[in-house]
Design a binder for this molecule. Structure first.
Ligand code: SAM
Length: 336
Protein backbone atom coordinates (compact mmCIF):
# COMPACT_ATOMS: atom_id res chain seq x y z
CA UNK A 1 0.00 0.00 0.00
CA UNK A 2 2.90 2.39 0.58
CA UNK A 3 3.73 2.05 -3.12
CA UNK A 4 0.08 2.53 -4.04
CA UNK A 5 0.00 5.72 -1.96
CA UNK A 6 3.26 6.89 -3.55
CA UNK A 7 1.54 9.44 -5.80
CA UNK A 8 0.07 11.15 -2.69
CA UNK A 9 3.47 11.24 -0.98
CA UNK A 10 5.08 12.64 -4.12
CA UNK A 11 2.35 15.28 -4.53
CA UNK A 12 2.77 16.31 -0.87
CA UNK A 13 6.55 16.71 -1.27
CA UNK A 14 5.98 18.68 -4.49
CA UNK A 15 3.49 20.97 -2.73
CA UNK A 16 5.88 21.68 0.14
CA UNK A 17 8.67 22.35 -2.37
CA UNK A 18 6.58 24.63 -4.52
CA UNK A 19 5.22 26.62 -1.57
CA UNK A 20 8.69 27.02 -0.06
CA UNK A 21 7.82 25.50 3.33
CA UNK A 22 11.43 24.47 4.07
CA UNK A 23 12.61 28.05 3.36
CA UNK A 24 10.22 29.41 6.00
CA UNK A 25 11.19 26.70 8.50
CA UNK A 26 14.87 27.60 7.99
CA UNK A 27 14.05 30.72 10.06
CA UNK A 28 12.72 28.60 12.95
CA UNK A 29 9.91 26.19 13.91
CA UNK A 30 6.36 27.25 13.03
CA UNK A 31 2.79 25.98 13.44
CA UNK A 32 0.59 25.13 10.44
CA UNK A 33 -1.33 28.47 10.67
CA UNK A 34 1.94 30.42 10.91
CA UNK A 35 3.35 28.56 7.92
CA UNK A 36 0.13 28.98 5.96
CA UNK A 37 0.30 32.75 6.49
CA UNK A 38 3.94 32.85 5.40
CA UNK A 39 3.41 30.83 2.19
CA UNK A 40 -0.08 32.16 1.41
CA UNK A 41 -1.99 28.88 1.83
CA UNK A 42 -5.03 27.52 3.65
CA UNK A 43 -4.03 26.53 7.21
CA UNK A 44 -6.14 23.33 7.49
CA UNK A 45 -5.14 22.02 4.07
CA UNK A 46 -1.49 22.80 4.61
CA UNK A 47 -1.77 21.15 8.05
CA UNK A 48 -2.92 17.90 6.41
CA UNK A 49 0.00 17.96 3.98
CA UNK A 50 2.45 18.68 6.82
CA UNK A 51 1.07 15.84 8.93
CA UNK A 52 1.48 13.40 6.04
CA UNK A 53 5.02 14.61 5.40
CA UNK A 54 5.85 14.39 9.11
CA UNK A 55 4.64 10.77 9.10
CA UNK A 56 7.10 10.20 6.25
CA UNK A 57 9.95 11.83 8.20
CA UNK A 58 10.22 14.85 5.92
CA UNK A 59 9.42 17.37 8.70
CA UNK A 60 9.32 17.02 12.50
CA UNK A 61 6.53 18.25 14.79
CA UNK A 62 6.90 19.09 18.51
CA UNK A 63 4.32 18.92 21.32
CA UNK A 64 3.22 22.51 20.67
CA UNK A 65 2.41 21.54 17.06
CA UNK A 66 5.40 23.45 15.66
CA UNK A 67 6.99 21.98 12.53
CA UNK A 68 10.71 22.03 11.82
CA UNK A 69 13.04 20.90 9.05
CA UNK A 70 14.69 17.46 9.22
CA UNK A 71 17.72 16.23 7.23
CA UNK A 72 15.19 15.07 4.59
CA UNK A 73 13.62 18.50 4.12
CA UNK A 74 16.84 20.55 4.32
CA UNK A 75 17.58 20.08 0.56
CA UNK A 76 14.11 21.52 -0.17
CA UNK A 77 15.49 24.90 0.95
CA UNK A 78 16.29 27.24 -1.96
CA UNK A 79 19.66 28.20 -0.46
CA UNK A 80 20.85 24.65 0.32
CA UNK A 81 24.12 23.94 -1.58
CA UNK A 82 22.56 20.74 -2.95
CA UNK A 83 19.05 22.13 -3.23
CA UNK A 84 16.50 19.96 -5.03
CA UNK A 85 13.58 22.30 -4.33
CA UNK A 86 12.78 22.99 -7.96
CA UNK A 87 13.60 19.47 -9.09
CA UNK A 88 11.08 18.20 -6.52
CA UNK A 89 8.51 20.79 -7.64
CA UNK A 90 8.95 19.67 -11.27
CA UNK A 91 9.11 15.89 -10.76
CA UNK A 92 6.34 15.75 -8.16
CA UNK A 93 4.31 18.40 -10.01
CA UNK A 94 4.18 18.54 -13.80
CA UNK A 95 5.94 15.20 -14.43
CA UNK A 96 3.89 13.40 -11.77
CA UNK A 97 0.69 14.93 -13.14
CA UNK A 98 1.57 13.76 -16.66
CA UNK A 99 2.55 10.27 -15.47
CA UNK A 100 -0.62 9.65 -13.50
CA UNK A 101 -2.72 11.04 -16.38
CA UNK A 102 -1.10 9.34 -19.33
CA UNK A 103 1.28 6.47 -18.54
CA UNK A 104 -1.22 3.64 -18.99
CA UNK A 105 -2.38 4.89 -22.38
CA UNK A 106 1.20 5.62 -23.49
CA UNK A 107 2.24 2.09 -22.53
CA UNK A 108 -0.67 0.68 -24.56
CA UNK A 109 0.20 2.71 -27.63
CA UNK A 110 3.99 3.10 -27.39
CA UNK A 111 3.82 6.88 -27.50
CA UNK A 112 5.24 9.55 -25.20
CA UNK A 113 3.19 10.25 -22.06
CA UNK A 114 3.17 14.05 -22.18
CA UNK A 115 1.23 14.40 -25.47
CA UNK A 116 -1.12 11.65 -24.31
CA UNK A 117 -1.83 13.47 -21.02
CA UNK A 118 -1.75 17.12 -22.18
CA UNK A 119 -2.04 17.00 -25.98
CA UNK A 120 1.35 18.68 -26.46
CA UNK A 121 5.03 17.78 -26.05
CA UNK A 122 6.93 18.92 -22.95
CA UNK A 123 8.51 21.91 -24.68
CA UNK A 124 5.27 23.01 -26.34
CA UNK A 125 3.69 22.84 -22.88
CA UNK A 126 6.49 24.93 -21.36
CA UNK A 127 6.16 27.50 -24.16
CA UNK A 128 2.50 27.87 -23.20
CA UNK A 129 2.98 27.85 -19.38
CA UNK A 130 5.65 30.34 -18.26
CA UNK A 131 5.32 29.43 -14.55
CA UNK A 132 6.06 25.76 -15.29
CA UNK A 133 8.87 26.83 -17.64
CA UNK A 134 10.52 28.82 -14.85
CA UNK A 135 10.30 25.82 -12.50
CA UNK A 136 11.74 23.62 -15.28
CA UNK A 137 14.72 25.98 -15.81
CA UNK A 138 15.46 26.06 -12.10
CA UNK A 139 15.03 22.29 -11.78
CA UNK A 140 17.66 21.84 -14.51
CA UNK A 141 19.82 24.22 -12.46
CA UNK A 142 19.49 21.89 -9.42
CA UNK A 143 20.49 19.05 -11.74
CA UNK A 144 23.44 20.84 -13.35
CA UNK A 145 24.95 22.48 -10.22
CA UNK A 146 26.94 19.48 -8.90
CA UNK A 147 28.41 18.54 -12.26
CA UNK A 148 29.41 22.15 -13.10
CA UNK A 149 31.94 22.11 -10.27
CA UNK A 150 33.25 18.67 -11.31
CA UNK A 151 33.76 19.78 -14.93
CA UNK A 152 35.34 23.08 -13.91
CA UNK A 153 37.90 21.15 -11.84
CA UNK A 154 38.64 18.15 -14.03
CA UNK A 155 38.33 19.14 -17.70
CA UNK A 156 41.56 20.65 -19.13
CA UNK A 157 40.35 24.06 -20.33
CA UNK A 158 43.83 25.57 -20.87
CA UNK A 159 43.73 25.35 -24.68
CA UNK A 160 40.04 26.24 -24.95
CA UNK A 161 38.67 29.74 -25.58
CA UNK A 162 34.96 29.23 -26.24
CA UNK A 163 32.75 26.52 -24.74
CA UNK A 164 29.36 25.92 -26.38
CA UNK A 165 26.73 24.20 -24.21
CA UNK A 166 24.13 22.69 -26.54
CA UNK A 167 20.70 22.61 -24.85
CA UNK A 168 22.40 24.35 -21.94
CA UNK A 169 19.20 25.59 -20.27
CA UNK A 170 19.74 28.76 -18.24
CA UNK A 171 23.52 28.45 -18.42
CA UNK A 172 24.16 27.01 -14.93
CA UNK A 173 26.91 24.67 -16.15
CA UNK A 174 28.65 27.40 -18.14
CA UNK A 175 28.43 29.84 -15.22
CA UNK A 176 30.33 27.36 -13.01
CA UNK A 177 32.94 26.70 -15.71
CA UNK A 178 33.40 30.38 -16.64
CA UNK A 179 33.64 31.43 -12.99
CA UNK A 180 36.47 28.93 -12.41
CA UNK A 181 38.25 29.78 -15.70
CA UNK A 182 38.31 33.55 -16.30
CA UNK A 183 39.90 33.19 -19.79
CA UNK A 184 36.86 31.33 -21.19
CA UNK A 185 33.85 32.59 -23.07
CA UNK A 186 30.63 30.58 -23.15
CA UNK A 187 27.73 30.25 -25.57
CA UNK A 188 24.57 28.65 -24.23
CA UNK A 189 22.35 27.33 -27.03
CA UNK A 190 18.72 26.64 -26.19
CA UNK A 191 15.12 27.31 -27.21
CA UNK A 192 14.30 31.01 -27.76
CA UNK A 193 12.02 31.14 -24.74
CA UNK A 194 14.67 29.68 -22.38
CA UNK A 195 17.36 32.01 -23.77
CA UNK A 196 15.16 35.07 -23.26
CA UNK A 197 14.52 34.23 -19.60
CA UNK A 198 18.14 33.27 -18.91
CA UNK A 199 19.50 36.43 -20.55
CA UNK A 200 17.17 38.63 -18.47
CA UNK A 201 18.16 36.79 -15.27
CA UNK A 202 21.86 37.12 -16.01
CA UNK A 203 21.48 40.86 -16.70
CA UNK A 204 19.55 41.28 -13.43
CA UNK A 205 22.14 39.28 -11.44
CA UNK A 206 24.58 42.20 -11.56
CA UNK A 207 27.50 40.00 -12.63
CA UNK A 208 29.00 42.23 -15.34
CA UNK A 209 31.91 39.83 -15.91
CA UNK A 210 29.68 36.81 -16.58
CA UNK A 211 27.24 38.91 -18.61
CA UNK A 212 30.20 39.91 -20.79
CA UNK A 213 31.58 36.39 -21.28
CA UNK A 214 28.37 34.34 -21.46
CA UNK A 215 25.94 34.71 -24.34
CA UNK A 216 22.68 32.93 -25.04
CA UNK A 217 22.03 31.85 -28.60
CA UNK A 218 18.53 30.65 -29.53
CA UNK A 219 18.48 27.72 -31.96
CA UNK A 220 16.58 24.55 -32.75
CA UNK A 221 19.34 22.00 -32.19
CA UNK A 222 17.42 19.40 -34.19
CA UNK A 223 18.12 21.60 -37.22
CA UNK A 224 21.28 23.56 -36.45
CA UNK A 225 24.01 24.08 -33.86
CA UNK A 226 26.07 27.29 -34.04
CA UNK A 227 29.74 27.06 -35.04
CA UNK A 228 32.57 28.84 -33.25
CA UNK A 229 33.25 26.70 -30.16
CA UNK A 230 36.55 25.02 -29.24
CA UNK A 231 34.67 22.64 -26.97
CA UNK A 232 31.05 21.51 -27.23
CA UNK A 233 29.05 20.12 -24.31
CA UNK A 234 25.78 18.21 -24.59
CA UNK A 235 24.48 17.48 -21.10
CA UNK A 236 21.26 15.68 -20.19
CA UNK A 237 19.87 16.25 -23.66
CA UNK A 238 20.50 13.11 -25.72
CA UNK A 239 18.44 10.79 -23.53
CA UNK A 240 15.33 12.94 -24.09
CA UNK A 241 15.35 11.94 -27.74
CA UNK A 242 14.97 8.79 -29.82
CA UNK A 243 18.13 7.34 -31.31
CA UNK A 244 17.26 8.90 -34.68
CA UNK A 245 16.84 12.43 -33.27
CA UNK A 246 19.89 11.95 -31.03
CA UNK A 247 22.05 11.15 -34.08
CA UNK A 248 20.58 14.22 -35.81
CA UNK A 249 21.63 16.48 -32.90
CA UNK A 250 25.12 14.93 -32.89
CA UNK A 251 25.38 15.42 -36.70
CA UNK A 252 24.45 19.07 -36.27
CA UNK A 253 27.25 19.44 -33.70
CA UNK A 254 29.64 17.66 -36.09
CA UNK A 255 28.66 20.19 -38.80
CA UNK A 256 29.36 23.05 -36.38
CA UNK A 257 32.75 21.56 -35.50
CA UNK A 258 33.90 20.64 -39.02
CA UNK A 259 32.45 22.80 -41.81
CA UNK A 260 30.90 21.02 -44.80
CA UNK A 261 33.64 19.62 -47.09
CA UNK A 262 36.49 20.18 -44.57
CA UNK A 263 38.55 17.36 -43.00
CA UNK A 264 38.85 17.06 -39.22
CA UNK A 265 42.32 17.61 -37.78
CA UNK A 266 43.90 17.00 -34.38
CA UNK A 267 42.93 20.56 -33.47
CA UNK A 268 39.24 20.13 -34.32
CA UNK A 269 36.90 20.97 -31.46
CA UNK A 270 35.96 18.15 -29.13
CA UNK A 271 32.55 17.18 -27.80
CA UNK A 272 31.66 16.03 -24.28
CA UNK A 273 28.34 14.19 -24.07
CA UNK A 274 27.23 14.08 -20.44
CA UNK A 275 24.33 11.77 -19.80
CA UNK A 276 23.52 8.84 -17.55
CA UNK A 277 24.61 5.60 -19.27
CA UNK A 278 22.86 2.39 -18.24
CA UNK A 279 26.04 0.65 -17.02
CA UNK A 280 26.89 3.44 -14.56
CA UNK A 281 23.44 4.65 -13.48
CA UNK A 282 21.99 3.24 -10.28
CA UNK A 283 18.62 4.83 -11.13
CA UNK A 284 18.41 3.75 -14.78
CA UNK A 285 15.11 1.89 -14.47
CA UNK A 286 13.24 4.89 -13.09
CA UNK A 287 15.00 7.41 -15.28
CA UNK A 288 13.73 5.51 -18.30
CA UNK A 289 10.20 6.02 -16.99
CA UNK A 290 10.89 9.76 -16.78
CA UNK A 291 12.04 9.65 -20.41
CA UNK A 292 8.78 7.93 -21.36
CA UNK A 293 6.87 10.70 -19.59
CA UNK A 294 8.59 13.78 -20.97
CA UNK A 295 10.91 12.63 -23.75
CA UNK A 296 10.21 12.00 -27.40
CA UNK A 297 8.52 8.65 -28.16
CA UNK A 298 11.22 5.96 -27.97
CA UNK A 299 13.52 8.20 -25.90
CA UNK A 300 15.59 5.90 -23.71
CA UNK A 301 18.73 6.02 -21.63
CA UNK A 302 21.73 4.90 -23.70
CA UNK A 303 24.17 2.08 -22.98
CA UNK A 304 27.88 2.54 -23.73
CA UNK A 305 27.35 0.58 -26.97
CA UNK A 306 24.40 2.84 -27.98
CA UNK A 307 26.53 5.90 -27.27
CA UNK A 308 29.42 4.63 -29.39
CA UNK A 309 27.08 3.67 -32.26
CA UNK A 310 25.26 7.02 -32.30
CA UNK A 311 28.54 8.94 -32.09
CA UNK A 312 29.93 6.90 -35.02
CA UNK A 313 26.78 7.42 -37.12
CA UNK A 314 27.15 11.17 -36.59
CA UNK A 315 30.85 11.20 -37.55
CA UNK A 316 32.50 11.17 -34.11
CA UNK A 317 34.99 8.78 -32.53
CA UNK A 318 34.61 8.08 -28.81
CA UNK A 319 37.90 8.81 -27.02
CA UNK A 320 36.80 7.82 -23.53
CA UNK A 321 33.79 7.18 -21.30
CA UNK A 322 34.20 8.34 -17.69
CA UNK A 323 31.57 7.75 -14.99
CA UNK A 324 31.20 10.77 -12.72
CA UNK A 325 28.95 11.96 -9.83
CA UNK A 326 25.16 12.16 -9.99
CA UNK A 327 24.98 8.89 -12.01
CA UNK A 328 26.33 10.69 -15.06
CA UNK A 329 28.99 9.58 -17.54
CA UNK A 330 31.17 11.83 -19.69
CA UNK A 331 31.69 10.55 -23.24
CA UNK A 332 34.55 12.47 -24.86
CA UNK A 333 34.29 12.53 -28.67
CA UNK A 334 36.43 13.82 -31.52
CA UNK A 335 35.22 14.27 -35.11
CA UNK A 336 36.48 11.79 -37.70
C1 SAM B 1 16.83 18.15 -19.87
S1 SAM B 1 17.20 19.80 -20.21
C2 SAM B 1 18.95 19.87 -19.86
C3 SAM B 1 19.43 21.28 -19.61
C4 SAM B 1 20.92 21.39 -19.28
N1 SAM B 1 21.77 20.88 -20.33
C5 SAM B 1 21.22 20.67 -17.97
O1 SAM B 1 21.81 19.61 -18.00
O2 SAM B 1 20.84 21.19 -16.92
C6 SAM B 1 17.15 19.83 -21.96
C7 SAM B 1 17.37 21.21 -22.55
O3 SAM B 1 17.29 21.12 -23.98
C8 SAM B 1 16.57 22.23 -24.46
N2 SAM B 1 15.94 21.88 -25.74
C9 SAM B 1 14.98 20.96 -25.95
N3 SAM B 1 14.66 20.91 -27.25
C10 SAM B 1 15.45 21.81 -27.88
C11 SAM B 1 15.58 22.22 -29.24
N4 SAM B 1 14.85 21.66 -30.20
N5 SAM B 1 16.48 23.18 -29.52
C12 SAM B 1 17.23 23.76 -28.55
N6 SAM B 1 17.16 23.39 -27.24
C13 SAM B 1 16.28 22.44 -26.91
C14 SAM B 1 15.54 22.49 -23.37
O4 SAM B 1 15.00 23.78 -23.42
C15 SAM B 1 16.34 22.23 -22.11
O5 SAM B 1 16.96 23.38 -21.63
Amino acid sequence: MSLVMGAMASAAVGTAAQLGVADVLAQGPATAPELAKAVDADADSLGSVLQALTALGVFTRDEQGRYANSPLSEPLRSDHPESVRNLAALLCGLYGHAATGGLTEAVRTGTSVMPTAFGVSLYEYLDQHPDSARIFDRAMEDWARPIGTVLAEHVPFAGVRTVVDVGGGNGTLLKAILTAHPHLRGVCVDRPDTCRRAEAELAASGSADLADRLTFQPADILHEVPAGGDLYILKNVLHDWSSESGVQILRNIRRAVVPEGATPTEDSSKLLVIDPLVEHDSGAAFRNLVKMVVGEAQARERSEADMRREAKEAGFHVLSITPCPADLSITACTPV
